[in-house]
Design a protein around this ligand. Structure first.
Ligand SMILES: Cc1cc2nc3c(=O)[nH]c(=O)nc-3n(C[C@H](O)[C@H](O)[C@H](O)COP(=O)(O)OP(=O)(O)OC[C@H]3O[C@@H](n4cnc5c(N)ncnc54)[C@H](O)[C@@H]3O)c2cc1C
Length: 516
């Protein structure tokens, strides 16, 4: 597998394996070749002349760090993981994926949004939805997930060190705990899995109440009546959907002319239609020039001069790698201007026994890819075989309705002159779609005209992030559209949409053959 964030790194690939070549240091310094410590007996290393405290030290307990630590522990290595206070499980469990997805579930349930097709537009489970309603469910799930992570680390005998880690040398790390105590630990190999934090424009005075970033959502005191979302990226659109469903008047400001440009264009158009239906206003090609806090909220002024008053302004302006506290220079490393660390295809940094995984290495910055990168980095550090699967991951966007896809889009295939046919299935034509009251969902298959394999699967609507995995499995096994035509699916299900879309594609392909 090639690390999506791993771009070169000055390594040479020799017979399927990377070999360290002389590198220039991030700040122009030359690197000395360091023999990978995984080739040595566990716990011994010539670089410090003695036995290290751990075989593997992981910094950060998010999905990437957790899976790295557990993978190495399963291989019977002595492993420690460093994490800051109250952050076990990382951004994923505490401020990002899990709180936002739990909140989405609470919003869906309490607003009754996905039942309105059946019971009418006024249907709600609870008329007055408070921030407490959302926070209770979120707190419950986050606490449980914290517990699951702690228990998994304990069961696998991973030592958890509480505090903030920074390098003292390539094999030595200092851990400062919340009480100001310092502890020095050494390790043969290190995995940096420190993730990211929201990027904050210097010109904006965040007050954690009315002017917030995405981390601030979990601390809101009430459901805002109006909200400006600055940035139409995945996180911005997910929160815009949730608050719009709660009845908040949302304005999304995005400097580009379109949003989610990596997704299928028809799917994005369908999402915009749905969000506009929930009273979301889009301001594309506009930039927030300034935000002023007022006693009753805030006022955002756009570069074009427009003014938008709102109870809350949420910035969703990308994320910054959490590398500033690591003292990377002391390990012979450096980060780029966005705090990201460069790695090679084995997730090794410029210092071969120090690996970096997860959001801190950049794209695609997803929980699932971070987990896999962590596992693979630990395997490489422990001298285990490194698979070269080359599989691309699916992308899931938990907007309302949700989006998921794997493979390429129609635009990409057209740009690359790859001939394809499209097979479409609409939920409203499926019995399951009628039963659950989803009349807008759609599944689209992009099929190669050359060899009938699937080039892309795009899903919009209920269960999209689950359904996409059927397509992923077929694509991963090199299956063709004919497998889906011949397969028998449970009835009535949304999975049946694969068969319907496959029949649609093959009928069109038959027409092409007939006319040719
Ligand atoms: C609002 C939001 C929603 C998201 N939704 C999804 C989603 O639906 N699906 C999905 O796949 N992804 C989602 N993501 C992205 C996902 O959360 C990340 O991809 C994932 O958490 C990255 O994992 P990681 O291992 O890189 O580390 P993180 O989860 O970022 O954790 C890094 C940890 O390192 C710790 N750390 C940092 N510096 C130090 C230090 N010096 N010493 C000790 N510890 C340190 C931090 O305290 C933190 O706990 C979302 C993110 C956000 C913000």
């Amino acid at each position: 597998m090639v690390a999506p964030g791993g771009r070169g790194g000055g390594r040479l690939r020799v017979a399927g394996r990377a070999r360290s070549a002389p590198l220039r240091g991030p700040r122009g310094r030359g690197f000395v070749f360091v023999a990978p410590c995984r080739l040595l007996k566990p716990g011994t290393c010539p670089h410090t002349g003695g036995v290290h405290d751990f075989d593997l030290l992981v910094i950060g307990s998010g999905p990437g760090g957790q899976k790295a630590a557990i993978a190495a522990a399963k291989l019977e290595r002595r492993v420690a993981i460093v994490e800051r206070p109250n952050m076990l499980g990382g951004v994923c469990v505490n401020t990002g994926t899990i709180p936002s997805k739990t909140m989405r579930e609470a919003v869906l349930y309490l607003t009754g949004l996905d039942q309105r097709e059946m019971y009418g537009q006024s249907y709600r489970v609870k008329d007055e939805i408070t921030i407490g309603d959302l926070a209770n469910r979120t707190r419950h799930v986050v606490t449980r997930e914290n517990d699951v992570v702690r228990s998994q680390l304990t069961r696998n005998r991973v030592t958890v060190l509480n505090g903030t880690a920074s390098f003292l040398g390539p094999h030595e790390v200092e851990v400062d705990d919340a009480d100001g105590r310092e502890r020095k630990v050494t390790a043969d190999s290190v995995v940096i899995a420190t993730g990211t934090k929201p990027a904050r424009p210097a010109s904006v005075a965040f007050d954690e109440k009315t002017i917030i970033d995405s981390d601030g959502i979990v601390n809101l005191e009430r459901v805002p009546r109006s909200m400006v979302v600055a940035g139409a990226g995945v996180i911005g659109i997910e929160y815009a959907s949730m608050f719009a469903a709660l009845g908040t008047k949302v304005t999304v400001v995005e400097q580009r002319d379109r949003m989610l440009e990596f997704c299928d264009i028809e799917v994005v158009e369908a999402l915009k239609y749905h969000l506009r239906d929930l009273a979301v206003t889009f301001r594309f090609g506009e930039t927030v020039a300034s935000v002023e806090s007022r006693p009753e909220g805030a006022i955002a002024t756009l570069k074009s001069g427009k003014k938008i008053p709102a109870d809350t302004v949420m910035y969703s302006a990308g994320r910054q790698g959490m590398s500033d506290e690591l003292r990377l220079g002391d390990a012979g490393l450096a980060a780029d201007s966005r705090g990201r660390i460069e790695v090679d295809e084995f997730f090794r940094t410029a210092v071969p026994h120090i690996y970096a995984v997860g959001d801190v290495i950049g794209f695609p910055a997803l929980a699932a890819t971070s987990m896999e990168q962590g596992r693979l980095a630990a395997h490489h550090a422990c001298g285990e075989p490194f698979p070269a699967t080359g599989q691309t991951p699916p992308i899931g966007i938990y907007s309302l309705p949700e989006i998921s896809f794997i493979g390429r889009t129609e635009d990409q295939l057209t740009a690359d002159s790859v001939p394809f046919e499209v097979g479409v299935s609409r939920y409203r034509e499926l019995a399951r779609g009628q039963i659950i009251g989803d009349s807008y969902g759609v599944l689209k298959l992009l099929v190669s005209l050359e060899d009938r394999t699937l080039l892309g699967v795009h899903v919009f609507g209920t269960g999209a992030t689950e359904l996409v995995h059927i397509g992923q499995a077929v694509m991963g096994c090199g299956g063709t559209v004919d497998y889906l035509v011949d397969a028998v699916f449970n009835y009535p299900t949304l999975a049946e949409s694969y068969k319907v879309a496959a029949l649609d594609a093959t009928n069109k392909m038959r027409e092409i053959a007939r006319f040719s």
